[in-house]
Ligand binder design. Structure first.
Ligand SMILES: [Zn+2]
Length: 280
């Protein structure tokens, strides 16, 4: 069975991680734009970063037969500076046109500030104008539920965003229901030490079902491990879930969501209705 990693920051990982992911039958991974472990000192630094994730990472991944896709944006951790945000947003279209760029992300909130929300809206405007997919980061630092509600209210108030083309990431037990009820996709990020663990993620799949739900590993600058995605696959199998259901969550669902952008190549193994008709 093949798997897809919907959210990983390969710029922070070694080539050995690509090798491990290939051994875990990962055929594609997606790299949303995020913080670099330090605050960037200029808009030009973002320009170089977008060049790296749209041009260099696909070639590094290809050596391990993994398709690498990216998303671009100014991330929530650096979005409080409105002038910097405007500068960065001005050159996003150039990168959104790249052949491996899937949309605008990961945008959202970090400390739930007014300016962060303004920058979020500015980037939703761009995504709507260009009919791009949107990948949303829900806060870790500030109140996750409050931040999620702020983002949901903001999108609802606009009325021009199609929920099927938006995924909220880093979701947890207390935020998934509102997101799914409003018609959006939700992804759960696994961390090796804090936050979501493989058993918690599988508990949520059992609680909420497989429809519009994805799982990703927290491959980034902090303590994180791309292998945790495979630990979640194993946890599902250990609990007796069928290969069909496991495949829906870890391969077909990313194909359904990401495949809304024609640049995304992997094909699902079955139709959405058939895959989602199975009870967990
Ligand atoms: Zn991220």
């Amino acid at each position: 069975m093949k798997i897809i990693e919907p959210h990983i920051h390969m710029i922070a990982r070694t080539t050995q991680d690509y090798e491990r992911m290939a051994r875990m039958h990962c055929v594609a991974c997606c790299e949303p734009a995020f913080w670099a472990g330090y605050d960037r000192q200029s808009a030009e630094a973002f320009y170089d970063y977008f060049y790296h994730i749209s041009e260099y990472e696909p070639t590094r991944a290809a050596q391990y037969l993994i398709q690498h896709y990216c998303w671009v944006c100014i991330n929530p951790k650096e979005a409080d500076d409105l002038k910097l945000s405007e500068e960065v947003v001005s050159f996003l279209p150039e990168f959104l046109d790249k052949k491996t760029c899937l949309g605008v992300g990961e945008i959202g909130l970090n400390k739930n500030t007014k300016n962060e929300l303004k920058t979020f809206e500015m980037q939703v405007d761009l995504a709507v104008q260009r009919d791009e997919l949107i990948w949303i980061h829900t806060p870790h630092l500030a109140d996750k539920r409050k931040g999620t509600t702020m983002l949901l209210d903001c999108l609802k108030g606009r009325g021009d965003v199609n929920p099927e083309r938006v995924c909220f990431d880093h979701t947890e037990e207390h935020t998934i229901r509102d997101i799914l009820d409003a018609g959006y996709w939700a992804s759960m990020t696994i961390y090796p030490m804090t936050k979501n663990s493989p058993p918690r993620v599988v508990d949520n799949i059992e609680r909420y079902g497989v429809e519009r739900l994805m799982v990703d590993a927290s491959g980034d600058w902090g303590p994180s491990d791309p292998g945790t995605l495979h630990d979640a696959v194993f946890e599902m199998r250990r609990r007796g879930h069928s290969d069909d259901v496991v495949e829906t969550v870890f391969y077909n669902n990313p194909c359904y969501f990401l495949g809304q952008n024609k640049k995304f190549k992997p094909e699902p193994t079955k139709a959405k209705d058939e895959a989602w008709g199975v009870c967990v």
